[in-house]
Design a protein around this ligand. Structure first.
Ligand code: AHR
Length: 547
């Protein structure tokens, strides 16, 4: 079908929440009006409508979709988490207290470590024992800096205990050995008498830890060994064979997944090794704007391009999931998106290999949209880990000495925690386009869930940076006689909704002005009968609670 400027698109979320084209009416060139007139007509004729199927919830949104990733890269581990016991920065056994407290507030469910590309050259035995005796290594991927190995297995598992989150360890396939990975599991999880368990005891930890999530290599199609999928599938089978369950510890084995749209990788992995894995882990970074610039130096072209790429996650997850469905119709194998996020040019004056970037309202929209899409795919996606937690890429937190700042992305994770372990409610959305130049994307993006106490939460994103959006929302619940009620979403705020927005697309938090972008109470809604009318500000993320 030939697309012309007169083509009208209405977008709709299917019952599983995926965006599909509902109607595409291509008007012939003969009856063309001027593009402006057509655009104006479309603005008038398309009403934003949302139907929430409150009675059709089936799948649970795993809290692990709100997971995180931390690598020995730049200032993520060192300075971000680890300052050492002798630091003047308040810490508990070397781990900074402010960062732990902030991450506990967003209920961080799972943390992936030690990489990333770093994982495939990390040798865990260098990171145990007295710190001053640990050997150093060169972190060749990330700036050639010397890694002192002061943050190793014990420190990571202590961090996870302080955060009250699940550890997710990624083992070394690229430059490691089967024995090395097997012994790491034994060291951490074996309760009896064995060489590795005794070594752990000698290093001060008597009881084993529990570690469930275990990755077998990282990006083994790239920095993790430049392998072909057939070769990696065989290696995966071999490594996974020797990853043992000790005592009550049960490993959830995760194979390296595809890069972006490399569907052949998923096909081969599922065909050759699917039955030996619990999870398959694709990666998707949605890049930056039209051209890669520092986060705060963008214009609307960059805003549009970034969100267009962020929305692509829906297509990627759908297509990888369809391949998985062929081999695993019962959805035993989870999709684990263990690296995702925006990737901008580094902040001027910083080490290009440290990947330190600012985080603006645009990143908040990237997070809001991505998490909505993942919520809507929660039948297959059971974990996701944004890259990376502190000071690297799309971070939650930036630090400078003893100072810490929470980013707009952090606030989205905090606002969306109401979806953790809630039942996803399918939605139908018809909405206007947000147009830029000759291109367009749906202006709105949504997901909804019902928590254990029956409260419904709706997270909405308005991607249009200039225009607010009116949305008419209906609740379909054949089982309930009473009309819904907008409830109190956050006792601390004491209002029914919350919004994250700002005047500028580039709004961000700095060490001098750390509260420029933060959630505020939201009142712009009316509930009559079972119809909710909401006015979403331009470039905003809104969360509503309905009782
Ligand atoms: O997150 C930064 C890097 O991006 C990771 O080390 C690697 O896995 C990916 O390419």
């Amino acid at each position: 079908m030939k697309h012309s400027k007169l083509t009208k698109w209405l977008f709709k979320m299917t019952s599983s929440g995926r965006i599909v084209t509902l109607v595409a009416i291509a008007l012939s060139a003969d009856c063309a009006a001027t593009p402006a007139a057509d655009g104006a007509q479309q603005e008038k004729s398309t009403v934003n409508k949302l139907v929430i199927h409150a009675d059709r919830g089936k799948e649970e949104i795993s809290r692990n979709i709100y997971g995180h990733f931390s690598e020995h890269l730049g200032r993520c581990i060192y300075e971000g988490f680890w300052v050492g016991e002798d630091s003047a920065i308040p810490n508990t056994r070397g781990i900074r207290n402010d960062v732990v407290e902030a991450l506990r507030r967003i209920k961080i469910p799972v943390l992936r470590w030690p990489g990333g590309c770093f994982a495939d050259e990390y040798h865990w035995k260098d990171g145990i024992g007295p710190r001053e005796e640990r050997p150093t290594m060169v972190n060749t991927h990330w700036g050639g800096v010397t890694e002192n190995n002061h943050f190793g297995t014990h420190e990571f598992l202590d961090l996870c205990e302080q955060l009250d989150c699940e550890p997710y360890i990624c083992g070394n396939v690229g430059s490691g050995s089967v024995l090395e990975m097997q012994q790491w599991v034994e060291y951490i999880t074996f309760d009896g008498k064995s060489p590795m368990a005794d070594l752990r005891r000698k290093n001060g930890r008597d009881k084993p830890w529990k570690v469930k999530y275990w990755g077998v290599g990282n990006e083994n199609w790239g920095c993790g060994g430049r392998m072909q999928p057939e070769y990696y599938a065989d290696l995966y089978r071999r490594y996974a064979t020797y990853l043992r369950n000790f005592g009550e510890n049960r490993l959830f084995k995760i194979a390296c997944g595809a890069r972006k749209a490399d569907y052949d990788w998923s096909e081969v992995l599922m065909r050759e090794a699917g039955r030996y894995m619990n999870g398959l882990a694709p990666h998707y970074y949605c890049g930056s704007g039209k051209t890669k610039r520092p986060a705060t130096q963008i214009d609307e072209e960059d805003w549009f391009a970034q969100l267009q790429r962020a929305l692509l996650i829906d297509e990627l997850v759908s297509k990888h999931a369809a391949i998985m469905d062929n081999y695993d119709p019962k959805k035993r194998v989870a999709m684990i998106l263990d690296e995702w996020g925006a990737w901008h040019a580094v902040e001027p004056g910083t080490n290009p290999r440290f990947l330190y970037q600012q985080n603006t309202l645009r990143d908040a929209l990237v997070a809001g949209v991505t998490l909505n899409v993942l919520n809507n795919h929660c039948d297959r996606v059971k974990m996701a880990n944004i890259a990376q937690t502190v000071n690297v890429l799309q971070a939650m937190i930036l630090t400078k000495g003893e100072k810490m700042v929470l980013t707009p992305t952090y606030h989205v994770f905090e606002m969306y925690k109401i979806h953790h372990d809630a039942t996803m409610l399918p939605v139908d959305l018809e909405c206007k386009d947000y147009r830029f130049g000759d291109e367009k994307i749906p202006a709105l993006n949504v997901s909804a869930s019902k928590d254990k106490s029956g409260r419904i939460h709706i997270s909405l994103c308005n991607l249009d940076p200039k225009n607010p959006a009116e949305l008419v929302c209906k609740f379909q619940d054949t089982r309930s006689a009473s009309p819904p009620e907008v409830g109190r979403i956050e006792p601390a705020v004491g209002r029914s909704g919350r919004v994250l927005t700002a005047d500028a697309m580039t709004a961000h938090n700095t060490f001098d002005n750390p509260k420029a972008v933060r959630p505020a109470a939201f009142y712009d809604y009316k509930l009559r009968g079972d119809t909710l009318k909401v006015t979403l500000p331009s470039k905003s993320v809104v969360v509503l609670e309905i009782k």
